[in-house]
Design a protein around this ligand. Structure first.
Ligand SMILES: Nc1ncnc2c1ncn2[C@@H]1O[C@H](COP(=O)(O)OP(=O)(O)OP(=O)(O)O)[C@@H](O)[C@H]1O
Ligand SMILES: [Mg+2]
Length: 264
């Protein structure tokens, strides 16, 4: 059993989540079954598992957008009740506001938290610069490529120093090369302030390149099947992660776990 420790940024203590679905005539569907884990301060943890195993549900519980049916989800030892505005959440959809320029989209999280104008401008410029989007500040989302929109949505969340950041398949729809470029940028940004990251992905290479630990979920209902520590030293280069010692064995073990869950 996981005890919430002082350094635990997020913890799940025997969490169950059932949804009542209208299509099942009110019969509850168990999405999460007895999920227990913790993510320590500054740790990068990936959640992997078959579609429908409850990964997004886990992130929604931390963000307080949903409540457990049983058990407790805590943020720094305090149970999450109601919307948890202290965590940053990057959803699969980039959610940029179409009527705001890139700069004003990035500024949004600082604006909502009442950061003074001068500091807001300075931080926004710094982060836009970090991901090479300078020159595009005044473009609107529809004038940006998919990769640029993803960069904008990531810096919009990271520009405000949340100590916990949730990322739900943030690079999902991108081509393979852009994904790796963004993984490298994400690691660079993460090293600056080392937030705790809970990262959902279907891409096992991506999970290895980024994570300290990988939690593999079972198919419906979602339970933690296995937990892997990624011992590859940091800083890591996602472009060369295949060559890292231990990569091939870890990738094979993760695939074997997932294959067993999807029954192939
Ligand atoms: N609001 C809801 N109402 C009813 N059922 C839901 C709801 N949200 C999720 N579920 C169910 O809970 C289970 C887990 O869903 P969840 O979205 O967390 O899966 P996931 O692991 O993120 O899948 P994917 O990889 O496809 O994004 C699924 O069976 C889904 O149908
Ligand atoms: Mg999901």
């Amino acid at each position: 059993m996981y005890q919430t420790t002082r350094t635990s940024a997020v913890s799940f203590d025997h969490v169950f989540k059932a949804f009542v679905s209208r299509s099942r005539r009110g019969e509850p569907v168990l999405a999460l079954e007895d999920v227990a884990f913790e993510a320590r301060a500054g740790e990068f943890v990936s959640l992997v598992g078959p579609s429908g195993c409850g990964k997004s549900t886990c992130l929604n519980l931390i963000a307080g957008l949903d409540t457990p049916s049983d058990g407790t989800v805590s943020h720094h030892g305090t149970p999450v009740h109601g919307v948890n505005t202290k965590v940053g959440y990057i959803t699969q959809d980039d959610n940029l506001l179409p009527w705001r320029s890139l700069r004003r989209n990035v500024e949004l999280s600082l604006e909502l938290r009442g950061v003074p104008r001068g500091e807001r401008c300075e931080r926004t410029s710094e982060f836009i610069d970090l991901v090479g989007l300078n020159g595009f500040e005044n473009h609107y989302p529809h004038e940006l490529s998919g990769g640029m929109r993803k960069r904008a949505s990531i810096v919009r969340t990271l520009v405000y120093d949340n100590d916990v950041v949730l990322m739900d398949e943030p690079f999902g729809p991108l081509d393979a090369q852009t994904r790796v470029i963004l993984q490298a940028e994400l690691l660079k940004l993460w090293h600056r302030s080392r937030p705790t990251v809970l990262f959902v992905t279907h891409d096992l290479v991506e999970a290895i390149a980024l994570s300290d630990r990988i939690l593999v979920f079972t198919a419906n209902p979602g339970r933690i099947k296995r937990e892997y520590t990624v011992d590859i030293p940091r800083p890591r280069d996602p472009f060369r992660i295949h060559d890292a010692p231990g990569f091939a064995e870890l990738h094979e073990a993760l695939w074997a776990d997932i294959r067993a869950e999807i029954g192939s």
